[in-house]
Design a protein around this ligand. Structure first.
Ligand code: CA
Length: 231
């Protein structure tokens, strides 16, 4: 243990019914300066997310009461884009969690290292805090992105993106025509090395395209290499 906890990085909501796991997450996040609120079932987790307005939510999927995915779905239905990291029990849950319009920002597969979870929490926080003012509004093709206000329009219609989806699109649009590999995007957007698997990038790109609708062609797949934004 190092210095005393300094809960000034914001409150993280943890919804996890396995108490040893919840305790471990609480320990590591507290040590890292986050405030932590733990709920052990889905219904109280959803209520806490609405009441406490956490800076981020860590949601187990299988919970007593409503599931973690249902919590996320209901928050998004209320236009609440609090960043969400899912704890998944199996690898085959990953596509379901990251895709399918759940609006998750990241996931970790159990058993996971608490350090890795903390690194992902930090990465998401850094990204959502890290957009300085004064950056120009970017337009590529039919898509306009405002880095300061974190808003996106596609063919003049507002588009609601998760924090991760926004950052992915923002990164691609900073240098139109530049081709990024999946590994580069993982490192730059997610903030950690590619061990997580590059299909994370593919499912998020698919999700962004689905939301951009007719303007989706702004993200072009470069076969065998990666992705680029161009008009
Ligand atoms: Ca569980």
């Amino acid at each position: 243990m190092t210095a005393a906890p300094q809960p000034d990085r914001g409150l993280v909501l943890v919804v996890e019914d396995e108490q040893p796991i919840a305790d471990l997450i609480r320990l590591y996040l507290t040590r890292d300066g986050f405030g932590v609120h733990v709920c052990a079932d889905g219904d109280s987790g959803l209520a806490a997310a609405r009441r406490l307005r956490p800076v981020l939510a860590v949601l187990d999927i299988a919970l007593p009461g409503i599931s973690g995915t249902e919590i996320c779905r209901r928050l998004r239905a209320d236009d609440d884009w609090t960043p969400v990291i899912f704890l998944t029990a199996r690898d085959d849950e990953v596509d379901r969690v990251v895709g399918l319009e759940l609006g998750a920002d990241d996931y970790v597969t159990k058993p996971f290292s608490p350090r890795e979870l903390v690194a992902r929490v930090r990465a998401i926080r850094r990204r959502s805090l890290g957009t300085p003012g004064g950056q120009p509004v970017r337009t590529v093709g039919g898509v306009t992105l405002d880095p300061a206000r974190r808003t996106v329009t596609a063919d003049s219609h507002p588009v609601a993106l998760t924090s991760t989806e926004f950052d992915l699109l923002d990164h691609l649009m900073r240098r139109p025509g530049r081709v990024y590999t999946r590994e580069e995007l993982l490192a730059s957007v997610w903030g950690y090395a590619a061990h997580a698997g590059t299909r994370t990038v593919d499912v998020h790109v698919a999700q962004v395209r689905a939301k951009l609708g007719t303007a989706a062609t702004v993200i072009r797949t470069v076969r065998g290499v990666g992705y680029t934004a161009d008009g």
